[in-house]
Design a binder for this molecule. Structure first.
Ligand code: SAM
Length: 288
């Protein structure tokens, strides 16, 4: 793999700040995204830390991220990598330990600000990536493609910025993943699919990706679950995803009603059973 991760020039949208992969450059600039709407406003809001663990830290059996990357994303090693839709940067440290250079991009500058500065940080839209063709050896789009209004457009952009012979890794969920949370939200007055998480799944994701990539392979990663003993950890997750969930509130239901109902239900389950258990069903697409 080559290490062409030296310098990126913002190509299309103005809303970009970059840092070079050899870490000479500066800091992410908070800049508005053109045409921002209410829903996007939530995306740009900072995510407050409560000090409690995220539900994803309560996974059983525990997954060691470095080992996961080595086993399932081997092309990261020595590569110029794009982490597309990086969020607060969960993959950044372990990717930096393997890649020759890493640039992160996210539409939400509130989240991008949390990404460690050893990585390049760019505020931008995955459907119009501000990079020249064939900039990267590898792109990763982890739990992000289902957020895009245009999933095929995102796939085409990822194909464009990954060099011929390079690889895209796209992680998502099965249709029934986290059904316990969907059920909680549904029961308390909200369409659980308002955020669109079921638009790009293990089951249908291959169809989108094949519009841009010749070879698409799915690895299903089953068997893990999130075992939550503190109900407030579920509330934290609901609050973090407010920008996705709130548009699905049914008429007459306010955000605080939803939160109160979810809290009551989770407390009931934890009191009765000792933990609120959330099933997972991940799928990793490897595309070239
Ligand atoms: C569920 S988070 C996943 C974060 C990270 N990849 C991870 O797995 O921990 C989805 C991320 O995609 C970002 N996102 C949503 N739409 C986007 C778009 N059109 N362009 C770039 N990023 C986007 C969100 O801001 C959010 O940070």
């Amino acid at each position: 793999m080559t290490g062409r991760a030296a310098r990126w020039t913002p190509m299309r949208r103005g809303c970009v700040t970059l840092e070079t992969a050899n870490h000479r450059a500066s800091r992410a600039r908070a800049c508005p995204v053109a045409g921002i709407d209410d829903r996007q406003h939530h995306k740009t809001a900072g995510v407050a830390s409560t000090g409690r663990p995220s539900i994803y830290e309560l996974r059983q059996p525990e997954v060691e991220l470095g080992g996961f990357l080595d086993e399932h994303l081997p092309a990261l090693r020595g590569a110029a990598v794009l982490d597309a839709g990086c969020g607060p940067g969960s993959y950044v440290a372990d990717t930096l330990a393997r890649a020759s250079g890493l640039v992160t991009v996210d539409i939400a500058h509130g989240r991008l600000r949390l990404v460690e500065r050893r990585a390049g940080r760019v505020c931008g839209d995955l459907q119009a990536l501000p990079f020249p063709d064939a900039t990267f050896d590898v792109a990763m789009a982890m739990h992000v493609l289902y957020h895009l209004p245009g999933i095929a457009a995102g796939a085409a952009e990822l194909r464009r910025v990954v060099r011929p012979g390079g690889v895209l890794y796209a992680l998502t969920n099965g249709e029934h993943a986290q059904w316990e949370v969907q059920d909680l939200v549904d029961r308390n007055g909200c369409d659980p699919f308002a955020g669109g998480e079921n638009r790009f799944t293990n089951e249908n994701g291959g169809d989108f990706l094949r519009t841009a990539f010749d070879h698409v392979q799915l690895t299903e990663l089953t068997g893990s679950r999130l075992v939550v003993r503190d109900p407030e950890c579920v509330i934290d997750e609901i609050e973090r995803n407010r920008y996705l969930t709130e548009p699905g509130l049914r008429p007459g239901v306010g955000w605080q009603d939803l939160v109160a109902g979810v809290r009551r239900d989770v407390v009931d389950v934890v009191t009765r059973e000792g933990a609120f258990v959330i099933s997972e069903a991940h799928g990793l697409f490897t595309c070239s």
